[in-house]
Write a protein that binds this ligand. Structure first.
Ligand code: AGP
Length: 604
């Protein structure tokens, strides 16, 4: 997953490209580069590090160019070093690439490239092939390249002898583009576009985009012109501003009450769930006999939590699969499964490929997605969009709470349609759901308290999080937040499982977080805490207020105001988000751009 931006227009190409790359850094940030077409040749500047490092490398050398592209990288093939940064060049060809060419090694052999390459990158192999195939006709060279390569790609290419012009073509990896007055822009996603205009189009696969001063033209495989399908951006660029917060993650944690409200309120009519505006009608759900949830990472954790609610209120057997496992497993499905994919970005290749597998088998698929018109939304039969707004921090927060609140609504809706839930019960559940923003705000307002308590974890390399049932599911998500932004090796365990092995890891002074919010699980969870403390663990218990008298032991606690047992895990997850955030802050880490990660995982 890398970020690409290309620009042709006035002579401020460098600034537009660099500003755009900064907005795309969440897609990958281990190295960056930029290339300009001077009219006679192509100049390349690239370095290891972030866009700010590239700015330093470039200095004011880019101030005169009006045509160029840039790339920010998350390394797939080839280590993080300057030659492996994009753009890559070979002969007359300079290109940037997002994706993976799976057969690049075969192509190195087939075209005897071994001694002619500077790097071990698949992208450089693509540049070499294009140069070999290029004899003045870029479309012919591109056509031949596409006959040879296998994999996923978004390529943007400049040819040394074609000034002020670039070409783009893609398969799975995203490219969007726009034309505004005498400026042209293409990018891996809509953020840079939103600075220039609110009208854009998605570059269709199997077409080649030609972009120059005259404009943007699309051609199909037979070189017939293809009319771009323009769409409207429905949010403002200023949503990409930190608005005074030190990190996007803190801003996005704080946005959760409003984001949840925006996601659920317009889907409630007369106190009942109403998904008709999403295009999900009763017939679509009436006959389903199982739900197959497919997702990755935080979205997968939202799916695990949603499973409990689908089974309890929709009365439907629900399976939750990691998309990357689902693709390769021999699945047995019920007669009428509904595939439910969950993805903040809508670009996660594992999830896309898993849904494509379901669609190929003839099953209906819906998506719980945050980014409109994303690749996943284009293959789902129905997309239910969360209204979280752009989520920039790599660590997903508001997407999780919005995904889950939307799936609660969906579960109540299906339960109503299938007669599992009566109207009165549905209204009562919706009222509980509508309390969510206020309940989440309450814990956000206590962030200083949690910040103080988080300091106990700073010097530890390991952390156990234990809980049962919904508490365990909340801890799985909290654990991922801690892992990905604090680099502490946190593991969530179902408390009942501790004695079957993991408790062997408990040592004197080891930090443990225990979550207790469920009335019926309290006593067992309390004895699990005692078991860990008996072995020297230092336990912080996050507990629902009314359960405190049953805790039966003196430990540090975070109290959560009483709330419906089926909804309280939202509040617990937000507390864990905040704890993880402050641990990372106090460790001086880059909270928004953690090492080795990227916001959008478009490689398998
Ligand atoms: C979550 O904090 C991580 N950034 C990651 O696990 C993420 O949830 C996962 O890559 C799935 O992304 P998606 O929701 O955009 O599909």
């Amino acid at each position: 997953m890398c970020g690409i931006i290309g620009y042709v227009g006035n002579d401020n190409a460098a600034k537009i490209i660099l500003d755009g790359l900064k907005m795309l850094q969440y897609r990958g940030y281990d190295s960056a580069g930029i290339a300009f077409h001077s009219g006679q040749n192509v100049e390349i500047y690239k370095c290891v590090g972030k866009i700010e490092d590239l700015e330093e490398t470039l200095g004011n050398k880019g101030d005169v160019f009006s045509c160029g592209f840039g790339h920010t990288r998350w390394a797939t093939h080839g280590s993080v070093r300057q030659p492996n940064a994009h753009p890559h060049f070979f002969g007359k060809v300079t290109l940037v690439h997002n994706g993976i060419i799976e057969n690049y090694k075969d192509l190195i052999d087939k075209y005897d490239l071994k001694d002619r390459l500077q790097t071990t990158c698949d992208s450089e192999v693509a540049a070499a092939l294009l140069d070999i195939f290029y004899s003045g006709d870029p479309f012919e060279a591109i056509r031949k390249l596409l006959e040879e390569i296998r994999g996923t790609y978004a390529f943007v290419v400049m040819f040394e002898d074609i000034e002020d012009t670039m070409y783009a073509f893609r398969k799975v990896s995203p490219i969007v583009a726009c034309s505004h007055e005498d400026e042209r822009l293409l990018a891996s996603d809509l953020m840079p576009i939103s600075l220039m205009t609110d009208e854009y189009f998605i570059l269709p696969e199997d077409t080649v985009l030609e972009m120059n001063r005259k404009g943007i033209t699309l051609y199909d495989a037979d070189h017939n012109e293809v009319r771009p399908e323009y769409r409207k951006i429905d949010w403002k660029a200023d949503q990409y501003d930190k608005k005074g917060y030190p990190f996007f993650m803190e801003k996005e944690i704080s946005e959760q009450p409003e984001a949840i409200r925006k996601t659920i309120e317009h889907r409630i009519t007369d106190g009942l769930p109403d998904l008709s505006k999403d295009g999900l009608d009763e017939d679509f759900v009436r006959d389903i006999d199982s739900i197959e949830i497919i997702a990755c990472g935080t979205s997968y954790h939202a799916g695990l939590a949603a499973k409990v609610i689908f089974e309890k209120y929709a009365g439907i057997k629900t399976n939750v699969s990691l998309a990357s496992e689902f693709i390769y497993s021999g699945n047995i499905f019920s007669k009428r499964p509904l595939f439910l994919s969950i993805s903040q970005s809508g670009e996660t290749i594992d999830t896309i490929e898993a849904v494509e597998k379901a669609k190929k088998a003839g099953y209906p698929a819906i998506g719980i997605i945050n980014v409109k018109d994303s690749s996943l939304s284009r293959i789902c039969d129905v997309s239910l969009y969360t209204d979280a707004g752009p989520e920039i921090a790599v660590a997903s927060t508001k997407a999780y709470t919005c995904q889950l609140s939307l799936m609660y609504l969906l579960a109540f809706y299906i339960g109503l349609v299938k007669g599992k839930v009566g109207r009165d019960e549905a209204r009562s559940l919706i009222r509980e759901l509508q309390k969510l923003p206020e309940k989440v705000q309450e814990v956000i307002d206590r962030k200083d308290e949690f910040h103080l308590l988080s300091k106990r974890f700073l010097d530890h390399k390991d952390l156990f999080l234990i809980g049962r049932g919904p508490d365990y599911l909340a801890l799985l998500e909290g654990t991922l937040k801690i892992k990905e932004i604090t680099y502490i090796h946190a593991e969530a365990y179902a408390s009942g499982e501790l004695k079957h092995g993991p408790i062997a890891l408990i040592e004197t002074g080891m930090p443990v977080i225990a979550l207790m919010t469920q009335d019926e699980l309290m006593l067992k969870e309390s004895s699990n805490v005692k078991e860990t403390r008996a072995r020297g663990a230092k336990v912080l218990v996050i507990i629902k207020e009314s359960l405190l008298p049953h805790l039966g032991q003196k430990v540090d606690t975070i109290l959560i105001k009483d709330y419906h047992d089926d909804f309280i895990l939202f509040v617990a997850v937000v507390i864990l988000q905040i704890l993880a955030y402050y641990i990372a802050i106090d460790k001086g880490l880059d909270v928004d751009k953690p090492r080795n990660l990227a916001k959008v995982v478009t490689v398998e």
